[in-house]
Design a protein around this ligand. Structure first.
Ligand code: AHR
Length: 503
């Protein structure tokens, strides 16, 4: 099979916002407790954070981390997590049927973020807490001093403000599963009042409104329109979530996830722009895909006597080679929407539906999806070029009615490095003769060519065996001229080429 991508130096989509390579830490399962925090572990630092886990997070280079939930946040009071630990309450977490010991709260989590070089995207509890409590949280986090809550932060050991710039107004409030679910009208009104207090406390912060969380909800779409009508002048982002699954074991359909995500992002943009038109405004609301990943296998139920604990395994997913193609493809969809998608958070960062797994008291290991994320995060930051794809295609039934090209490819121009990164996913079950035509570029050298491939799309990694990982593509399978890259791509493979170009 032959397939081609063409780009032109002058035709760009937009600059990639570093925050699309974000992570997500929720007080859920073994993400915080028995995950990134394990004070008795030999690799724990003086704060109880595992150094080996932090090293892997740094490898993924996640510039922003959403916290503390997720569904968890809708029953959470941030004040429970500050001050002397011995005085903090142990609460029932009704959302996840667990216990929240409040050992880790905002001040501790900020310390973890500083160590992994990440900012926070903090989700406030809009569902069961008050607008005033959200305002006080901004006061605690961002005011330099002289007020009750900012002085409290100092007393708790943080002399300098945490300076949290990005905030979510609640989480998935449209879903009936949410503790404190609301109608769009109720949410719009409450979020407006909450936004008002938060921005009165610190007008430099940026806010995300809750968009529709799941396609299957009857309110999907109409929720966003109504919410944006309430919040248009309050927020900078509309937050959307998307989890992918291959529950019906239909690989070609599963591999169309990037196109499904294209539509999801584009419909969110369309809604924001429609409301802007209604308001006769030129303001462009940006999109925050602040939860995304593959999630369908890891639903662990447990015996009733084990429920009220903390740090027990919940929602742990083992990823395979097919998930590499889907996660890698979703990242290309995000790059292709660099003009409007400004935040994305892989859900989640440790153990819970995560690229990083830990063994309590033992090592940690990389799931298959660790690699497409790491490589895209490392080499996918720059200017995205507008792609024209010429490839055989197939049809799938369901969300996507369009043709799905066997080739999904994106090219990022890393202008400061004088490099092009060519990402190419071969979704065909046969070899692909791939061509990238790079018009008005003068290519100097193929710096690197790597692929992720396994003979079985069901291959998984484990603590003992890293079956799926990047490998160099032999020179015999690729070649470069002044403006054209050609390569033979393995069936069902993820590929990346780095090319030095003349400035
Ligand atoms: O990431 C797991 C859960 O998925 C989050 O808590 C929730 O927001 C979403 O439904």
């Amino acid at each position: 099979m032959k397939a081609k991508i063409s780009v032109h130096r002058d035709f760009t989509i937009g600059k990639v916002d570093k925050n699309i390579f974000g992570g997500f830490v929720e007080h859920l399962g073994r993400c915080v407790y028995n995950g990134l925090y394990e004070p008795d572990h030999p690799a724990a630092d003086t704060d109880g954070f595992r150094e080996d886990v932090m090293a892997l997070i740094r490898e993924l280079d996640m510039p922003v981390t959403r916290y503390p939930g997720g569904n968890f946040v809708s029953g959470y009071d941030w004040k429970d997590g500050i001050g002397p630990r011995e005085k903090r309450p142990v609460r029932a977490d009704f959302t996840w049927k667990a216990v929240e010991p409040n050992i880790i709260g905002l001040d501790e989590f900020i310390r973890w973020c500083r160590k992994v070089d990440s900012d926070i995207l903090y989700a406030v509890n809009i569902s069961t807490n008050t607008p005033k409590a959200a305002g006080e949280l901004v006061e605690y986090a961002n005011l330099s001093g002289g007020t009750y809550w900012s002085e409290m932060r100092k007393k708790n050991g943080s002399a300098e403000p945490h300076n949290i710039k990005l905030w979510c107004l609640g989480n998935e409030v449209d879903g009936d599963w949410q503790v404190g679910h609301m109608t769009a009208e109720e949410y719009g009104r409450t979020a407006h009042e909450t936004a008002k207090i938060m921005k009165l406390a610190d007008d430099s912060i940026k806010l995300c409104a809750c968009g529709s969380s799941v396609f299957s909800l009857s309110t999907f779409g109409t929720w966003d329109i109504e919410v944006m009508r309430h919040l248009f002048s309050d927020v900078e982002y509309l937050s959307i979530h998307m989890y992918f699954s291959n529950r019906d074991k239909d690989l070609p359909k599963y591999l169309s996830v990037p196109e499904q995500l294209d539509r999801r992002i584009e419909s969110a943009v369309a809604i924001c722009d429609a409301v802007a038109a209604e308001k006769k405004s030129t303001k462009k609301i940006m999109i925050a895909l602040d939860e995304w990943n593959v999630w369908y296998r890891g639903q662990i139920s447990c015996a009733p006597e084990d429920i009220w604990q903390y740090g027990r395994a919940q929602n742990e997913e083992i990823y395979d080679m097919s998930d590499v193609l889907v996660v890698g493809g979703a990242l290309l969809s995000m790059l292709d929407h660099a003009d409007r998608l400004k935040i994305a958070c892989l859900a989640q960062s440790v153990n819970v539906i995560s690229p990083i797994m830990t063994i309590p008291g033992g090592g940690c290991w990389k799931q298959t999806i660790f690699y497409p994320f790491r490589e895209t995060s490392r080499y996918g930051r720059g200017m995205v070029l507008r792609p024209v794809i010429d490839s055989p295609a197939y049809k799938v039934k369901g969300f996507c009615t369009e043709d799905i090209t066997f080739l999904r490819s994106t090219i990022v121009w890393r202008q400061e490095e004088n490099e092009l990164t060519v990402f190419a996913i071969n979704r065909a079950d046969e070899m692909m003769d791939f061509t990238a035509h790079l018009e008005k570029f003068e290519c100097l050298e193929l710096i690197a060519a790597s692929e992720i491939h396994h003979v079985s799309v069901e291959a998984v990694n484990s603590p003992e065996n890293e079956a799926v990982h990047p490998a160099d593509i032999p020179e015999a399978r690729c070649s470069l001229t002044a403006d054209t890259l050609t390569a033979q791509l393995k069936p069902l493979s993820w590929n990346m080429f780095r090319i030095k170009v003349k400035p």
